[in-house]
Write a protein that binds this ligand. Structure first.
Ligand code: GLU
Length: 494
């Protein structure tokens, strides 16, 4: 891993704040972060909020909070709390950079690479219809591309509105992109017509802002979603017109749901925030999404951020679609969760228990034992709710589903004997072995076996004949609590 600072390696994550941070966006951010750390370079966060109708401040804050939660700290960009610009290339929000886009559009007009276009919506629609009729994709060929600038200026001075379009060279040629993920991609230049840089409303378009910013922010490597591959030709043309060096591009594979359709809300949780709320750990999300399109050269599947930072490289990204497998994510989460020290794990599950109103003993010895026993059954932090529910103090109830068990002739004797044995137990808790021995005693004393033995005891502990394993729960319940529960059951049978 490069240890010294490598000012030539600069990557950026450039989300549009038009919703939550999707796992696909998080993956792009993660790769950029890991590569920046690996190369000793810089990770820049740029907010692409020029779409005034769809961008919101709230979405930006949410996405920033999610990136923070994932631990993907950026070196330059809005400060995570104050949103003030951090770094020498700001502002880092495109809505605050509009003057720069205007300035560069003027430069391109002056150099003959762009022009004012006065085409009306009707004229554009007519061209679109003609293209459709001839079975071709629409490529705008503006009648204004070769008009004198003075003519356009006069019209503007009269208050007319014009878009600024890029003047695509009519001589057809191939643009060749050596994509870091997809290899060589060839774009014939006639795939695009005279495309818009700045709309007549004054709003600059994504392809233009993106290039200007990547140039001014000295971005050396652009990793982004595959869906942006088709934008790259226009962007290459703009770089060429500006005489700017093209960064290296890497278009990351698409992420599919288990049904092999593009991952979407239909497949369940897709935002980082939902995963956080559902009890997933940031280190597990990072680990799992890293594997969607990248693999460890050592074949490791469970990896820490430090291991991923060490092993990541520019050339191990996979171009074929990645399938998002929820079961695998659970497994990855369970692995990270089980590796946590008990104190840390307890701090993380506490809010889940609290919001479910579950009160459990506060002594650390008990908590340590509880976690040791429960951990193997936990995949997410949220799983702790169901696991700890039967241990909550003052929550015991005999549920209607227990009635059938309690109606058996032998059940009263079983519960009574169980209570008697617990009452006589010399210690405050039973170990797993002591619990097994207690069951054996009930068995021989009441002459019952199988469900006639186990199910009434379950009711005496859980209030229902099914649920979590007693050999785990009983050692975590105080003797007094076990006796009180059995007594409640007996009272209910009277
Ligand atoms: N703002 C774009 C998006 O959110 C990013 C495009 C890019 O990385 O060039 O998809």
């Amino acid at each position: 891993m490069a240890s010294s600072t490598n000012s030539a390696f600069r990557v950026r994550f450039a989300p549009s704040p038009t919703g939550y941070l999707h796992v696909g966006g998080a993956r792009t951010a993660l790769y950029c972060y890991l590569l920046a750390r690996h190369m000793g370079g810089a990770f820049v966060l740029r907010i692409e909020d020029t779409d005034e109708e769809r961008s919101t401040e709230e979405s930006m804050r949410m996405q920033i909070a999610d990136l923070e939660w994932l631990g993907l700290r950026w070196d330059e960009g809005p400060h995570p709390q104050t949103l003030k610009d951090l770094g020498p290339h700001g502002p880092y929000r495109q809505s605050q950079r509009k003057h720069l886009y205007q300035d560069y559009a003027q430069r391109l007009i002056k150099s003959g690479h762009a022009f004012y276009c006065f085409m009306t919506d009707e004229e554009l629609e007519q061209q679109r219809k003609q293209a459709e009729a001839s079975g071709q994709a629409q490529q705008i060929l503006s009648p204004y591309r070769d008009r004198a600038l003075s003519e356009a200026q006069a019209r503007l001075a009269r208050g007319e509105k014009a878009a600024i379009r890029f003047k695509v060279n009519p001589v057809k040629r191939d643009y060749v992109l050596n994509d870091l993920v997809r290899g060589e991609v060839v774009f014939p230049s006639d795939m695009v017509g005279d495309f818009v840089l700045i709309r007549s409303s004054g709003m600059p378009v994504y392809n233009f802002c993106c290039v200007i910013d990547d140039v001014l922010m000295q971005i050396s490597h652009v990793y982004r979603a595959e869906e942006h591959l088709s934008n790259t030709l226009r962007q290459m043309m703009i770089y060429e017109a500006l005489g700017a060096k093209l960064p290296q591009f890497g278009h990351l594979s698409i992420i599919l749901g288990p049904d092999k359709q593009k991952l979407s809300k239909r497949h369940g949780a897709t935002s980082c925030n939902e995963y956080r709320l559902n009890g997933y750990l940031p280190q597990a999300i990072n680990n799992f999404i890293a594997m969607l399109g990248w693999s460890s050269p050592k074949g490791q599947e469970i990896m820490s951020m430090a291991e991923m930072t060490e092993q990541i490289s520019l050339d191990r990204f996979n171009s074929s679609p990645a399938v998002f497998d929820d079961q695998k994510l659970k497994w990855v989460n369970a692995s990270h969760l089980r590796a946590l020290p008990d104190d840390e794990l307890w701090t993380l599950i506490q809010p889940f228990l609290e919001s479910a109103g579950i009160k459990v003993p506060s002594d650390t010895g008990w908590r340590h034992r509880a976690l040791e026993l429960m951990k193997p059954y936990m995949s997410t932090l949220a799983d702790s709710v169901e696991l700890f529910k039967p241990l909550a103090r003052g929550s015991f109830q005999v549920l209607p589903e227990a009635q059938e068990t309690l109606a058996w002739e032998s059940s009263r004797a079983v519960v009574g004997k169980w209570m008697e044995i617990i009452q006589g137990h010399p210690k405050a808790h039973l170990s797993e072995e002591e619990f097994n021995a207690a069951q054996e005693q009930v068995k021989s004393s009441c002459q019952v076996k199988g469900k006639f033995l186990f199910m009434p005891i379950r009711v005496a502990v859980l209030g229902k004949p099914h649920g979590a394993e007693l050999k785990i729960l009983v050692p975590l319940l105080d003797k007094s609590e076990l006796v009180a529960r059995a007594q409640t059951v007996l009272n209910g049978m009277a």
